[in-house]
Design a protein around this ligand. Structure first.
Ligand code: URA
Length: 282
């Protein structure tokens, strides 16, 4: 399956303006659909060569507990007792973890939040999509990806046979909204990291999809660009991970949508191989 297998379906089939295309992607018009069945050709997946992987191999990175040579590690954690806190979080079940997040005041983001945004979906889902952090609508509703970017994500999921709440879990690196939709500060992401790591351990997804640079940077402890990380299978906490563009970025950069479709096709192939137990990805 290639990006050529995808097309915009719509009434009349004429050429559409950028505005029409954006509205379509926001769920106000027809969706992306598979034009042809998936090609049988096996995926050629490159081995892990990320900075994080190299650093881990060199013993520099210790993802479970220690400070990392990552974007987050350049700033001190705003919290004290980090190791004990992390150990406690990593022992929690779903109910304790949800309650812990809901009452969290461990970084400054809690001061301006309306709701924490824990995550949504099947708690044993094979797919885990990870974004950056809640925006205004997510903060208001307490659910991830319910704003414009979320509507695009919801339109992308059926294209790979998924639906919000069915077979997929959606979460963010930080559970409270960074004011003004700014990127989470490294210390904020670090404070929230054990929550996401525990979610990964509880869900045990077959494949993580990192949406955008911030998610990839935090999950892989890498400063690499999304462009350079796409099309490869990375690993996060022993789980295969692929990187693609953030839906909000795609809404602003329509020309890169084709690359996102390629990434989804790649993800489908990786998942298929993982389900078949192909050694190339494990
Ligand atoms: N962007 C994100 O990264 N996450 C959300 O939940 C919403 C927008």
């Amino acid at each position: 399956m290639t990006s050529n297998d995808w097309r915009v379906t719509g009434d009349g089939g004429g050429v559409k303006s950028r505005r029409e295309l954006v509205l379509e992607e926001m769920g106000l018009a027809p969706l992306w659909r598979v034009r042809a069945p998936a090609a049988a050709a096996p995926a050629i997946v490159q081995p892990e060569h990320s900075l994080a992987g190299r650093a881990a191999a060199a013993g520099v990175v210790s993802p479970p507990v220690a400070p990392r040579s990552s974007p987050t590690a350049r700033h001190p954690s705003p919290i004290t007792g980090t190791d004990d806190r992390r150990t406690a979080i990593m022992a929690m079940d779903w109910a304790s973890l949800k309650a812990r997040v809901a009452s969290c005041t461990d970084c400054a983001l809690h001061r301006k939040r309306t709701n924490t945004v824990f995550g949504v979906g099947g708690e044993n889902a094979d797919w885990l999509f990870v974004g950056e952090g809640p925006g205004a609508e997510e903060d208001a509703k307490g659910e991830p990806f319910v704003g414009p970017a979320g509507r695009l994500l919801d339109n992308m999921l059926p294209a790979i046979g998924l639906k919000r709440g069915e077979g997929v879990y959606i979460a963010n690196c930080v559970k409270c909204r960074p004011p003004g939709n700014r990127n989470p500060e490294p210390g904020e992401a670090l404070a929230c990291e054990p929550f996401l790591h525990r979610q990964i351990e509880l869900i045990r997804p077959k494949l993580i999809v990192a949406l955008g640079k911030v998610a990839a940077a935090n999950l892989l402890a890498s400063d690499a660009s999304v462009a350079s990380m796409r099309g490869k299978v990375h690993r996060c906490r022993d789980t295969p991970l692929i990187v693609t563009y953030h839906p909000a970025y795609l809404l602003r950069n329509l020309t890169d949508k084709a690359k996102a479709w390629e990434d989804l096709c790649f993800a489908v192939r990786v998942m298929r191989d993982l389900r078949e137990g192909a050694a190339a990805h494990t």
